[in-house]
Design a protein around this ligand. Structure first.
Ligand SMILES: C[S@@+](CC[C@H](N)C(=O)[O-])C[C@H]1O[C@@H](n2cnc3c(N)ncnc32)[C@H](O)[C@@H]1O
Length: 282
């Protein structure tokens, strides 16, 4: 099924941070395990109104956010009624810097859409498309990764193992050991779910050292303890990273705080939609 969460508030934060990270890290190899589409046709759903449309409106006169790479990418796309997903953003930002892009998705049409963008930019020769499960397929690429690779893992569920017997957190750990730069996004809808994931992440990473680990979450203030509350797609999400530069880490922190600011006093379907930030690993 095509990815439907594009341009919602959690996507805005994810892509805002991703663009700055790509710009600072300038990887030679970019790998994405759960790509989805390069771009989407925008609609005016309440979730996207609170997401990309709210962001663009609040950012136009914001001295910090208006300089963000994300704003500079999405504003012109929005004029064409488009929203750029992570493959579109990564290709646009890295097209001249990166030698190889590797995209995984189990949905054929998502990869076709990425291929069309690559063709329009005449960089098909740099693009490797994998229409298969990334939990097993990534094994072919992991041994080739190094400090010049950036792996973007965006599955939502990070603790469910596939046929390979591995979870996406296992892949993150392998990438960290190889000194590759790695981003792992995860989501949750209740505080209980968040606590379970925090425990799973912290115990999984306990043996790792020297990988510059960092983990931060943005959470809706109305999140329920054990029952999902009304939310624009998801109640909370986290970004776990390793081997990133200080510049990227401080951009993640400062843009996360900006997100908290621009979501102050917002509403979604009559409910408060304010968010707060929590550092899980600093
Ligand atoms: C969370 S979205 C990705 C969003 C995208 N990375 C972005 O930020 O714009 C999930 C995508 O993962 C794909 N997917 C789900 N399970 C997968 C698997 N086992 N291997 C590869 N892709 C998968 C889905 O088809 C969907 O397109």
């Amino acid at each position: 099924m095509p990815y439907t969460h594009f341009g919602k508030p959690a996507d805005v934060w994810k892509h805002l941070a991703l663009c700055e990270i790509l710009n600072f890290e300038k990887p030679k190899t970019y790998i994405e395990t759960n790509s989805a589409y390069a771009d989407y046709l925008l609609d005016n759903s309440p979730e996207r109104k609170l997401g990309i449309f709210h962001f663009i409106e609040k950012t136009t006169n914001n001295p910090v956010l208006s300089k963000s790479i994300y704003y500079r990418q999405e504003k012109p796309a929005l004029i064409r009624q488009k929203y750029l997903g992570s493959p579109g953003l990564a290709i646009n930002i890295l097209s001249e810097l990166c030698n190889t892009f590797i995209f995984f998705d189990i949905e054929k049409n998502a990869l076709k859409n990425i291929d069309e963008l690559a063709k329009s930019l005449h960089i098909q020769n740099k693009i490797n498309l994998n229409n298969r499960d990334s939990l097993s397929g990534i094994d072919e690429w992991l041994p080739q990764t190094s400090s010049t690779s950036l792996i973007h893992i965006d599955p939502y569920e990070i603790d469910r193992d596939g046929i390979s017997g591995k979870t996406y957190l296992d892949i993150f750990i392998e990438a960290a050991k190889r000194k590759a730069k790695c981003l792992l996004w995860y989501g949750f809808n209740t505080l209980n779910e968040k606590q379970r994931l925090n425990k799973y992440i912290l115990s999984g990473l306990s043996g790792l050292s020297g990988c510059h680990l960092h983990c931060i979450e943005l959470i809706m203030k109305n999140i329920g303890k054990d029952t999902p509350t009304c939310n624009p797609g998801i109640s909370g999400s986290g970004l776990l990273s390793c081997n990133l530069s200080e510049k990227s880490l401080s951009a993640i922190d400062s843009y996360s705080m900006q997100m908290v600011d621009i979501y102050e006093n917002t509403r979604y379907k009559g409910n408060r939609a304010d968010i707060y930030m929590e550092k899980i690993i600093d």
